[in-house]
Design a protein. Structure first.
Length: 525
């Protein structure tokens, strides 16, 4: 046994799968490797539980006297015992690995790729699925020629801010602690390590499908703030059709690209790029707004500079809380072809307040506004291009009152977008009519259009004629200044029906591919 090989296997990544082998390619570890890895994994899980329950655990230890001299000695002995068991477990795992020809071959290929991730080594490494922390970085900011580490136009909204006014006020302290402990994990449960661990077998199956069936390629991207982002690219350009258009998918708060919304554009034969939020799956960091922005930025830069797609051939597709990263990218890269947001909301705060005790409202308000200010509507209004919004009529997540369509915050996302783009169409009559329209769906919604005598062909013709004029496509639009209240109402309802697509389903149901229709440059079709 080589001491060097033993040392290399001591902390090398866990191997999950070898593509193209029997037994579905799952790596079959030996007895010693399995035993050692099970012990290490058990300690990892217990450590995460201890971190999340640390306040309660600290209180219990204090009450039982473990912070006294005798108790500290006992805790020290326990800690030493844990370290001994861990060291033995790592040694067992390493010994098992050096006796596995499959693992040793994988380790040699990984070492070659880490030295030089050229196309040959990339292809060889792509035959394996393993702990992503060991995957070499393939794209980072230094790869973008002339790129400076400055702010982009969309920076700022939602970023974490220090409360400089009263830094030691109790409410400020509570909001800071809430945001940086349980708060961010309540908003993004996919960032909880235990959740990712439980999901790992399902994520592996999803990656396997993307790699083996869809010929997907996995990439590691390094952000401006040194997070590593796990991404998957499926290239359909050689297959023609929609393949020359790239759809960049941003998942929800418990979603992963392996099992997420990529499936819908793939069924429509688009090229697709999926990525995991910071702290999700193989991505590092935590999904605070600034880290989300940096992650989305490097994904966009990767798509443009490495994959070779121009912004005009990129569609941004976001689901649920993924609407934040999507709308930020739309504001920052206004040249993109279109934006499609599914089952999302306008602003996090109205959703957060009702879900917490009323007495905590000041803390919740300060926490969201200072540290997790996900104002999707404000960002989307900065984007001048085509937009399509999907609303789940049975959504149980983003409704203030479950099952009540009128309380769906997607309604407010649409209203704010229309109010920004077509301010002269809003008056008391048209606003009331729009509210009635958004309270219903299906045939009831059509009845509202009939009640207000909305002639779609006529509205389309008038809008088309206006949009051929000079500066008529810029927002806010001057369209509607000379219309009477009835005409304003008719055009506003027509535009709402164009921008909004209802989906008769709950929040987490995959979007049917038949509804994945790219919006046009002008809202007239």
């Amino acid at each position: 046994m080589s001491l060097r090989a033993f040392w290399n296997c001591l902390f090398s990544p866990k191997l999950y799968k070898v593509y193209g082998r029997n037994n579905e390619g799952l790596y079959e570890a030996g007895t010693l490797e399995t035993l050692g890895d099970q012990i290490i994994t058990s300690f990892y899980i217990m450590g995460n539980v201890a971190i999340y329950s640390s306040p309660v655990l600290t209180y219990i230890l204090f009450r039982k006297g473990y912070f006294q001299p005798e108790g500290l000695v006992t805790l020290t002995k326990f800690g030493v015992g844990v370290m001994v068991v861990l060291v033995m477990s790592y040694c067992l795992r390493s010994y098992g690995r050096i006796n596995s020809p499959v693992y040793l071959q994988f380790q040699r290929i990984l070492a070659d790729a880490q030295r030089d991730m050229n196309p040959v080594n990339k292809q060889a490494l792509s035959q394996y699925d393993f702990e992503f922390k060991a995957w070499p970085v393939e794209f980072q900011w230094s790869n973008v020629e002339g790129e400076k580490d400055g702010k982009r136009p969309g920076d700022g909204a939602g970023r974490r801010n220090m409360d400089r006014g009263v830094p030691l006020a109790p409410c400020s302290i509570l909001s800071y602690l809430a945001a940086h402990t349980f708060g961010i994990r309540l908003i993004y449960p996919g960032a909880i390590a235990a959740f990712s661990f439980m999901m790992s077998p399902v994520l592996l199956q999803g990656r396997t499908k993307l790699v083996e069936k869809d010929e997907g390629q996995r990439f590691k991207l390094k952000t401006r703030d040194n997070n590593e982002i796990d991404s998957m690219f499926v290239d359909r350009r050689k297959k023609g059709g929609n393949g020359n258009t790239l759809v960049i998918c941003s998942e929800g708060n418990a979603g992963f690209y392996e099992i997420g919304i990529m499936v819908t554009p793939l069924k429509c034969n688009y090229s697709v790029l999926g990525w995991n939020h910071p702290g999700f799956g193989g991505s590092t960091g935590m999904p605070y707004p600034d880290e989300e922005q940096n992650a989305m930025d490097i994904v966009m830069q990767f798509a443009i500079h490495r994959l070779g797609f121009t912004p005009e051939n990129i569609i941004l597709f976001g689901w649920s809380i993924g609407g934040y990263a999507t709308s930020w990218a739309a504001a920052t890269y206004p040249e993109v072809k279109a934006v499609m947001i599914d089952a999302s909301f306008d602003d996090l705060l109205p959703l957060a307040i009702p879900r917490m005790p009323a007495a905590l409202e000041p803390v919740v308000r300060r926490t969201v506004r200072n540290y997790v200010n996900l104002d999707i509507a404000a960002q989307l209004c900065q984007y001048p291009g085509p937009v399509r919004l999907y609303r789940r009529t049975e959504d149980e997540i983003i409704c203030l009152m479950p099952g009540v369509l009128a309380t769906n915050r997607g309604n407010q996302l649409l209203v704010q977008l229309l109010r920004y783009r077509f301010p002269h169409l809003f008056c008391n009559e048209s606003s009331d009519a729009l509210n009635r329209f958004l309270e219903t769906s299906g045939s009831h919604q059509r009845s509202v259009l009939v009640k207000y005598d909305v002639n779609e062909a006529s509205c389309r013709s008038i809008l088309s004629a206006y949009l051929t004029g000079d500066d008529s496509s810029s927002y806010p639009s001057q369209f509607g200044q000379s219309l009477d209240p009835d005409q304003k109402t008719q055009h506003l309802l027509y535009l709402a029906s164009v921008y909004l697509t209802d989906v008769a389903s709950t929040h987490c149901t995959p979007l049917p591919s038949a509804l994945f229709v790219i919006p046009q440059a002008a809202p007239v079709s």
